[in-house]
Unconditional design. Structure first.
Length: 147
């Protein structure tokens, strides 16, 4: 899966992933997906726009939102919505990992799920839903902010 530590990223990885999902390859789509794959980071939309606009590609904020929505629906990107923050996007998909978020500086770290089944958390009452994912964010202060 994209974004996992076992991936070998090549210049055409993003284009190949888009094609594999049956999506048309465009420069903005490939640039956004490549940014998320190669960085291994979590990005807000504003940061993605800033990074993409530093090159020769011009892109609107709305186009970035549209591309991220399409990539999320295709399973190539994961969207996380931490409390009190804009949505974050990453290329690590296909697993049930969670996040540690610093209350002071906002840094975010991936945390592998300790359980071997998805979802790793079970609600006390599923109200008839078929639950296929649990999203967990832990909040605290990172080592840098503690010192």
């Amino acid at each position: 899966m994209p974004g996992t530590s076992d991936d070998t990223v090549t210049p055409d990885t993003a284009a190949a992933l888009l094609r594999r999902q049956g999506l048309r390859v465009t420069r903005p789509r490939a640039l956004i997906l490549d940014l998320l794959i190669t960085s291994g980071q979590h990005f807000e939309v504003a940061a993605i726009v800033e990074r993409i606009r530093t090159g020769p590609t011009t892109i609107s904020v709305q186009a970035v939102y549209n591309i991220l929505t399409m990539l999320t629906h295709a399973g190539l990107v994961r969207r996380t919505e931490p409390a009190g923050r804009p949505s974050l996007f990453e290329a690590r998909t296909g697993d049930n990992h969670h996040h540690l978020i610093c209350r002071d500086c906002g840094s975010i770290a991936d945390l592998d799920c300790a359980a071997t089944v998805i979802p790793c958390l079970a609600p006390s009452n599923d109200h008839g839903y078929h639950i296929d994912e649990a999203e967990v964010c832990w909040y605290g202060r990172c080592a840098t902010c503690q010192s």
